[in-house]
Design a protein around this ligand. Structure first.
Ligand SMILES: Nc1ncnc2c1ncn2[C@@H]1O[C@H](COP(=O)(O)OP(=O)(O)OP(=O)(O)O)[C@@H](O)[C@H]1O
Ligand SMILES: [Mg+2]
Length: 413
């Protein structure tokens, strides 16, 4: 059996991607008739699945993948898609250019006539140069691109990773633009209906798209898209992962060692599972022995204070500042701080509500009663959707990840 490497942040190579085959089958199945939204929190394996779809296309699809995290305008989205098209299939790009897509035709001519532009990024520069008013004409170019694909009859799957980030960037730049884009995008997905359209969209991202759109009053803008939720790894899969990784490296372990890892992880974020298992192997390399439950506990204790965990977990802390608006932002920190100090049975919803109200009062944020409740309910929903917390039993909540809880307590409680 081939030894599988540890992945500690980068997408998992399709050949090393365990546990996702049934999900990938299901996504392809849904794509036959619908556009798809892959929904899952940070660091759980969305991009790995998207890469798998892109590298092992089915049903004759040409799959074009783009990460739009750092973009802020629809014009950049289409430029990126066209650039990736060009990289993946120059034949098809030429065909699209020939089918009446003037801007693309000009860009290809610019590339052909210039020696320099063959260098990396040359095509994108040519694209930009072929229309000095790209931002104004984004809709026209978007329409032409889709019309050209439809004319070619070639099934094309457009994967847009981190779309919610693009939407948030657009929102911060110009709210009218984001509404315009959402309306355009919806019309494009419905006309023609997917079952008669060679174009398929697969979108994904870790910021919760539904709550992002909810705040804009635009949830209806995506209600035609099939949501495929990436499954949380099961207990058996976590145990299997730890066992296979240890056995693949001939690391001996007591039977309860993988169970201790499972317990310490809480609901497993795949990245943390990888980091912890890698550390178990490293600790064994430093001191070869049969790994016991106690050794696993020691690895977790060290991991919580490590730079690696700091780098990966800090993100969860910072993103609240980026994406939550007041009063939810500071209240989120207050609630998570309290929760990180709770016992393993978490805190009741009622206790969290009174912490929320206490926080608002302390900050002199004046809200009437119905607004307080509404803000609290939204905050709880966002914290759940963004994977900070889970309802552990009736009306009781705890951190979704045991590792994150311990880390939060250490640094932020
Ligand atoms: N099937 C899997 N088995 C084990 N570990 C996995 C699996 N899928 C993902 N991971 C772990 O999660 C990490 C992140 O994977 P990936 O980039 O695909 O996730 P993501 O959800 O796209 O993350 P982000 O939210 O940062 O975009 C990988 O480096 C690896 O540690
Ligand atoms: Mg990703």
């Amino acid at each position: 059996m081939k030894r599988v490497e540890f992945y500690t942040g980068e997408p998992v190579e399709p050949s090393d991607l365990w546990f996702r085959d049934p999900y990938i089958d299901q996504v392809w199945e849904t794509l036959r008739r619908q556009h798809v939204l892959i929904s899952a929190p940070r660091r759980t394996g969305k991009t790995s699945v998207m890469n798998h779809l892109a590298r092992n296309p089915r049903e004759g699809y040409l799959v074009v993948y783009q990460n739009v995290q750092d973009l802020s305008h629809p014009a950049q989205l289409f430029q990126t898609i066209l650039e990736n098209f060009f990289e993946q299939s120059q034949d098809l790009t030429n065909q699209l250019a020939q089918s009446g897509f003037g801007m693309l035709k000009r860009a290809i001519e610019i590339v052909r006539n210039s020696v320099d532009s063959v260098s990396a990024g040359g095509f994108k520069i040519a694209l930009r140069n072929s229309d000095p008013d790209w931002e104004k004409h984004w809709k026209e170019h978007g329409d032409s691109l889709l019309a050209a694909i439809r004319k070619s009859q070639r099934p094309v799957l457009l994967i847009i990773d981190e779309l919610p980030d693009l939407i948030l960037e657009m929102r911060d730049r110009d709210e009218a633009l984001v509404r315009d884009f959402l309306a355009w995008f919806r019309v494009q997905r419905q006309n023609p209906v997917p079952s008669q359209d060679p174009v398929r969209w697969l979108i994904g991202g870790s910021v919760n798209l539904t709550s992002t759109l909810d705040e804009l009053g635009e949830v209806a803008a995506i209600n035609d898209i099939a949501i495929e939720t990436l499954p949380v790894l099961t207990d058996d899969q976590v145990i299997e992962f730890v066992r296979r990784m240890l056995e693949g490296r001939e690391v001996p372990y007591e039977p309860d060692a993988p169970w201790t890892a499972l317990k310490r992880l809480g609901r497993p974020i795949p990245l943390f599972l990888q980091l912890a298992t890698q550390d178990i192997v490293r600790s064994w390399r430093n001191n070869p022995r049969t790994i016991t439950a106690k050794d696993v506990d020691a690895v977790f204790d060290a991991l919580i204070s490590s730079q690696a965990a700091q780098d990966k977990l800090q993100h969860y802390h910072s993103r609240i500042k980026l994406h939550y608006k007041q009063p939810k932002q500071s209240a989120a920190y207050a609630l998570l701080g309290q929760l990180s100090q709770s016992a393993s049975n978490g805190l009741s919803r009622r206790a969290l509500l009174s912490e929320f109200v206490r926080h608002l009062d302390a900050q002199s944020m004046e809200l009437n009663e119905p607004d307080k409740r509404r803000q609290f309910n939204h905050l709880m929903r966002d914290l759940e959707n963004d994977f900070y917390i889970v309802e552990i039993d009736d009306e009781s909540y705890d951190f979704a990840s045991g590792l994150m809880k311990a880390w939060w307590k250490k640094y932020y409680a």
